[in-house]
Structure formats: structure tokens, C-alpha cells
Design a protein around this ligand. Structure first.
Ligand code: FE2
Length: 279
């Protein structure tokens, strides 16, 4: 008989924010110095920013997943991709072999957003760039007693999103009313974490208490087995949960490029300088 492993919480921390400029406050939800424990995720940044904070910049070898908490975010790239994200929407960008883009708040807007960097596996680092605009209103939703789970990637309770992944990732927004409880299923080999956007709750097999602003790293589970994490609400909860299958590959990260070797990083700079990202 196989049983479902109940995951607990490995570690909890809060995010330190700092003022980078008069129009930009930033903090690291997932520390880029601890990429190993969150593999395939490289980091997660939280930003409050106005138009003019970021300029056009390149990426290679990764995917960026941007979740808008507040404000209206405009996006533009060198391949004529253009779009606007509203609160609760997600853009899943595969930089692959190369993208040059800008993410800018609309005029007079302050955007509050979360941007996750997902590492790409060796065989897909040079994939064709693509965008998936994942509108909150279009995503599949799982409803349980007192709970609503919006599925941006992967699945929840047998409901599957059709978001395309190079590395399997579950990304769900979990909303739970006080007193209600819900569980999120995850393959045993996934690494995962949660970030609490609103409310207070009890998490995992030890009913670990946590609230708005806390980041919770999930305990690992056995590879090849099913696992789940329980989420119980004390005060109206809104939580983002991200989990994915680790790549276990060497990581060489330099600025906006994340590859497997130093030589590949040098090649990325050469290609960028030679204008190959614009082709
Ligand atoms: Fe970017």
C-alpha cells in the first residue's frame, strides 16, 4: 500500500525590502545564494516600481514568471511581443536562446509584482523564445469547501492547467476562508515553497503557524511517491505556491544569463553584442 507523504515546513523567513531608488523598492523572497535548495528556481524577487525603473535588457537560459499583485504592467520585447498585465495575472516568458525586453508600469502607476526565475534544463536553454500570458480570469480553478485554487501551471486535485513547461512546475494561487482547509498535491521529487500574500494560517504536517510576509520552504519528500501539503486558514489566506522538479545541473549565472558552463556565458555575451538576440 502506498501512502501520501505529508510535507511539513523546513524553514520560514521574512523578506527584507530596501529602497533601490526613489521609484523602486525591492526584496528577495528566494535568495539567489541558495539556488540549490530551491532548484529549479533561481530566485524570486518582489518589487514596487514606477515607469523608468528598468531599461531594455536581455535574458538567456531561463524563464521568468511574473505575477502582478497590484497595478498595471506593460511589457514589450524585440520580437514585437507586447502585452499588459492586470492584478492577479501572470506572464510566463521563456527567454530560451535570447530575448531583449522591458517591463514597465503604465504611466503614474506603481506596480507591485513578484518575478520568479525558473532555470531551463541543458537541452532547452537555447529553445525558441515564447510568451504565455496567463490571465487570472482564464485559468482553471479548483473549488473546495471554503477554498479556491487558481492553477497557473501544473495541477491541483486532478485539475490541470495547459500552461507549457520545459521543467515541470506547479504554480497555484490558494485562497482559503477562515476555518477552512485544503491540500495541494505535489510529486515527491519536487522542491517547493510558499509566499503568503494575505492572512494567517497553519501549514503542513506540524501545523506551522505563519502569516502575511512569510516565506515557507517545504520539506523534501521521497522521490517516486505522492506528497501533499495542507493549508489551513486562520485569517483570510491568499498564498502563492511554487514547486518544481530539480534539474541537478551545474549553474553558471552572470547577470541576465544562466547557463551550465563559463564558456556558454561568454558565448551569450558575444551573441548579444553581435546582435544575435534581435534575430
Ligand atoms: Fe527581464
Amino acid at each position: 500500500m502506498t501512502s501520501i507523504q505529508q510535507r511539513g515546513i523546513e524553514r520560514i523567513w521574512t523578506v527584507e525590502h530596501r529602497q533601490n531608488s526613489p521609484i523602486h523598492i525591492a526584496g528577495m523572497v528566494l535568495d539567489p545564494n541558495k539556488m540549490k535548495e530551491s532548484d529549479p528556481f533561481l530566485f524570486l524577487a518582489e518589487d514596487w516600481f514606477k515607469k523608468g525603473t528598468f531599461d531594455f535588457h536581455p535574458h538567456r537560459g531561463i524563464e521568468t514568471v511574473t505575477y502582478v499583485i497590484e497595478g498595471k504592467l506593460e511589457h514589450q520585447d524585440n520580437k514585437a511581443g507586447k502585452g499588459e498585465l492586470e492584478p492577479g495575472d501572470v506572464q510566463w516568458m521563456t527567454a530560451g536562446r535570447g530575448v531583449i525586453h522591458i517591463e514597465d508600469p503604465a504611466e503614474e502607476e506603481t506596480v507591485h509584482s513578484l518575478q520568479l526565475w525558473v532555470n531551463l534544463p541543458r537541452e532547452h536553454k537555447m529553445a525558441e523564445p515564447r510568451y504565455q500570458n496567463l490571465r487570472a480570469k482564464d485559468m482553471p480553478v479548483r473549488k473546495e469547501d471554503g477554498a479556491l485554487i487558481r492553477i497557473f501551471s501544473g495541477s491541483s486535485g486532478g485539475i490541470q492547467s495547459d500552461t507549457k513547461n520545459y521543467v515541470p512546475v506547479t504554480m497555484v494561487e490558494i485562497n482559503v476562508e477562515p476555518g477552512a482547509m485544503v491540500t495541494q498535491d505535489l510529486p515527491g521529487d519536487y522542491n517547493g515553497f510558499m509566499y503568503i500574500l494575505e492572512g494567517k494560517g497553519l501549514f503542513g504536517k506540524n501545523q506551522t503557524e505563519a502569516e502575511k510576509g512569510h516565506v515557507l520552504l517545504l520539506e523534501k519528500a521521497e522521490t517516486g511517491q505522492a506528497s501533499e501539503i495542507s493549508i489551513k486558514s486562520v485569517e483570510n489566506l491568499r498564498v502563492l505556491l511554487y514547486a518544481g522538479r530539480p534539474l541537478n545541473e551545474p549553474i553558471v549565472a552572470r547577470g541576465p544569463f544562466v547557463m551550465n558552463t563559463e564558456e556558454e556565458i561568454r558565448q551569450a555575451y558575444r551573441d548579444y553584442m553581435a546582435g544575435k538576440f534581435a534575430e
